[in-house]
Design a protein around this ligand. Sequence first.
Ligand SMILES: [Fe+2]
Length: 204
Amino acid sequence: MTERVAHLIHTIRAYYEGLAIADAAVKREVDHMLSSTEMLDPVAPSGNRVNAGAVKHLPAALDATRKGPGRAVADAIAAAQDDLLWYYGYAPRPGERDLSQDIAFCEILGPTTGSFRSADTRLGFTLIGPRMHYPAHSHPAAELYHLLAGSSTWIKAGEPSRKTPGDFIFHPSGVSHAMETDDASLLSIYSWSGDIISRSTYLA
Ligand SMILES: [Fe+2]
C-alpha cells in the first residue's frame, strides 16, 4: 500500500516545513527534497521483503523519537512499517563484524529503490543500534541527515561533534563521515542530492 508511504513522505514534508532553518546549506538541501516530493511517482513493490537484522532496533528508536520533535514522523513510520524495507547495502568485509545486524537503511524515494521514484533525490532513514561504530565512509552525493532519536557522536572529515535529536548534519560531496552511538539506538532521516547513483563506500 503505497498510500502509507506517501503519508510518511507528506509527514516528513510537513515536519521540515515547520522548522526554522538558518543554515544555508541545510536549507538548500531541504528545499531540494521538498521540490522532489511535491509530486510522487509510485513504483511497483519489490519482491524482496527481507529486512536486515538491525530492524530489531526500530521499536526502541521509534519510542525515543516520539519523545522528541519528530513524534509525527515516528507515528507515520510505524503506520507504514509493513511497506518498508530495511537493508544493509555494503558488501561484506572479510574479517569484520557483520554490521547488518546493527545498521540498516530504509529508502522511501530514490532512483531504483523505495516506493516512489526520483531521478535526483534519495530520501530515507538510517537506523543504528546502541554502542555501534558506523565506520568512515563517503559518497559523491551531498547528504543531509536530520537526527530523530539517539544522541550520538558524528565525525565529519575527522572532526567529532555531539548531536542530539532535532539536529541537522550536512555532509558535502565526498567528505568522510562516521557515527558512534551511545547506549540508545539512532534513527535519522537522510536525503541525498547531486550524484545519487554512485554508492557509498567504506574508507578503510
Ligand atoms: Fe553518508
